[in-house]
Design a protein around this ligand. Structure first.
Ligand code: TYM
Length: 332
């Protein structure tokens, strides 16, 4: 069976972008066809200024939301990254294979480093090495496919490069993974700034639909989405990014095609109304399940405990093999 790995970072409340770009594929397709692991990557949340209590809270919430979105612990492994030491162990070895130039070329590093500096903070070294830890997450499990949104494609490419380089230098150790992206909504944009990604760590609340937003809030955000000047409804990502974003969201929620949908609408108002309702309907079952899970925190804890045990067993042989291959003396 194909080995699949992916993760979410508990740096903010999960958004419609996370759901349409990634979680929906995990629950709807990947867990049924593959041997899949889904991870709450809490170590990654420490790469920018953070509040420890908030990271803990968001890690628990992300776990409940993954289950609420339909991940089934009978079909896949759901766990927290810091519960499995192999990630950090392997990350160090991969730091000895990666170069600083490679790290500095990463788009997300450049963007986030600028943001941290603008906020008057300093840039944590872990922000620079973040993609190496991400490569370790992926390579530790012999992962073949990494289902992610478009913004993570460059990081998965780096994981491929590191796997190939390690294998060439030290002998075949890692499977070389590849990213798989959804056909629509691989990059859901901010409703207020349709040229920027809808990101959970951004501060522009009205442009971000959170998975736990009440229906009325979702409707308000979608109805107030920034659209482009012009009256006709056409699908053009370059020239009409606001409109294209709504068409993609609607297509992703209803199983349609954004270009075909553009022919159905004559006004922005009716497109927004249908998009809002489609999002509300997609979120409704998830929110109901999330409420049930909140009433049963013991269940979620049990899932994470068992998930970590399974993940440890899966990662250890590969990480041990990498330790041997790179020249470290096995413990006696
Ligand atoms: P994160 O937590 O930012 O996002 C989780 C997943 O959601 C996707 N995504 C989006 N897709 C479409 N439109 C959007 N606006 C949008 N925003 C987020 C992301 O592409 C991602 O698939 N570095 C990763 C977490 C990570 C990881 C890994 C992923 C760490 N280790 C190993 C895969 C494999 C991240 O920050 O995702």
């Amino acid at each position: 069976m194909t080995r699949v790995f992916s993760g979410v970072k508990p740096t903010g409340h999960l958004t419609l972008g996370n759901y349409l770009g990634a979680m929906r594929q995990w629950a709807g397709v990947d867990q049924h066809r593959a041997d899949a692991l889904f991870c709450i990557v809490d170590l990654h949340a420490l790469t920018v200024a953070h509040d420890p209590a908030r990271v803990r809270r968001l890690s628990r919430q992300s776990a409940s939301l993954l289950l609420a979105a339909g991940l089934d612990p009978e079909l896949c492994t759901v766990f927290v990254q810091s519960h499995v030491d192999e990630h950090a162990r392997l990350s160090y070895l991969l730091e000895c294979v990666a170069t600083d130039g490679e790290m500095r070329r990463m788009i997300q590093y450049k963007e986030k480093a600028v943001r941290e500096r603008e906020r008057g903070g300093s840039v944590r070294l872990s922000l620079l090495t973040y993609p190496v830890l991400m490569a370790a997450d992926i390579l530790a499990y012999g992962t073949e496919e990494v289902p992610v949104g478009d913004d993570q494609a460059q990081h998965v490419e780096l994981a491929r490069d590191l796997a190939v380089r390690f294998n060439q230098r030290y002998g075949h150790t890692f499977v070389v993974p590849r990213a798989t992206l959804p056909t629509v909504a691989a990059r859901v944009m901010n409703l207020q700034e349709p040229t920027s990604k809808m990101g959970k760590s951004d501060d522009t609340g009205p442009g971000i639909v959170y998975l736990l937003d009440e229906p009325e809030v979702v409707r308000k955000k979608v109805m107030r989405a920034v659209t482009d000047s012009g009256r006709d409804v056409v699908y053009d990502r370059q020239e009409r990014p606001g409109l294209a974003n709504l068409l993609e969201i609607l297509a992703a929620c209803t199983g349609g095609n954004p270009a075909a949908l553009s022919g159905v609408y004559e006004s922005y108002g009716s497109l927004k109304k249908d998009t809002a309702e489609a999002v509300v309907e997609v979120l409704r079952p998830l929110q109901k399940k999330h409420k049930e899970l909140c009433a049963d925190p013991g269940y979620v804890e049990g899932v994470l405990r068992e998930g970590a045990e399974r993940a440890r067993e899966m990662a250890r042989p590969t990480v041990d093999a990498a330790y041997r291959a790179i020249g470290l003396l096995p413990p006696v």
